[in-house]
Design a binder for this molecule. Structure first.
Ligand SMILES: Cc1cc2nc3c(=O)[nH]c(=O)nc-3n(C[C@H](O)[C@H](O)[C@H](O)COP(=O)(O)O)c2cc1C
Length: 193
């Protein structure tokens, strides 16, 4: 296992979590999940998320369990959904409280539209001691998704001098493996990052 890399994710409905599970599996590194004590499911929960994000409001988060102190990781990869054009307020709460402890940081954001939301990276940088070193902005299920995810992984692996592991293909309803990752990765993406 690559002890020097940590993935940290917040995910409300599982899309960012699935992506970060793939990223941590490919990099063979630890994955830790952020949570808070706020009801964020259902219509009211959705509204609460939107209001929190728009007001940049943060609430207490639960203790993050990691094998090492945050400052001991050479690279921390943060994964968050986009809420109202901003990073989720749960990730913002983590950055506010612990961002100063992080050394090199990379961002993975997911969103429903194909807009790249690059401004989110600048918002998140405000909580770090130094600007982030890598990023990727992904719309799960979109045409360029695998391409941009794999390009991000290659860049991070090169930077950290680690070998990438293959990402297991999701199974379809018949139990067959899905589309081959390499074939999908070679398709030209329609959207620019
Ligand atoms: C309150 C709220 C606001 C959102 N705002 C945006 C947005 O501004 N742009 C967008 O493309 N997607 C937006 N989304 C969709 C999520 O970013 C997207 O579905 C994401 O991949 C969900 O990740 P998760 O399953 O890890 O929670 C929003 C979702 C929520 C709950």
């Amino acid at each position: 296992m690559n002890e020097n890399i940590l993935c940290v994710v917040y995910s409300r409905t599982g899309r960012t979590k699935r992506l970060m599970e793939d990223i941590s599996a490919a990099l063979d590194c630890e994955l830790a999940e952020i949570s808070d004590r706020v009801e964020r499911q259902g219509t009211l929960g959705w509204l609460r998320c939107g209001m929190d994000a728009m007001r940049k409001r943060t609430r207490p988060i639960n203790r993050l369990h990691t094998r090492r102190a945050l400052a001991d990781y050479d690279l921390v990869i943060l994964g968050t959904p986009v809420w109202a054009g901003r990073c989720s307020s749960v990730m913002r709460a983590f950055l506010k409280r612990r961002g100063y402890e992080l050394r090199d940081v990379a961002y993975v954001i997911t969103h429903a539209s194909e807009e790249p939301y690059r401004a989110v990276f600048e918002q998140m940088d405000k909580y770090l001691q130094t600007p982030h070193v890598e990023d990727v902005s992904l719309c799960p299920g979109s045409a360029g998704y695998i391409f941009w995810r794999d390009l991000f992984l290659k860049t991070v692996a090169g930077r950290m001098n680690v070998e990438l592991r293959p990402i297991p293909e999701p199974e379809d309803e018949d139990g067959e493996s899905g589309e081959n990752g390499e074939a999908a990765a070679s398709e030209p993406p329609e959207t620019e990052q």
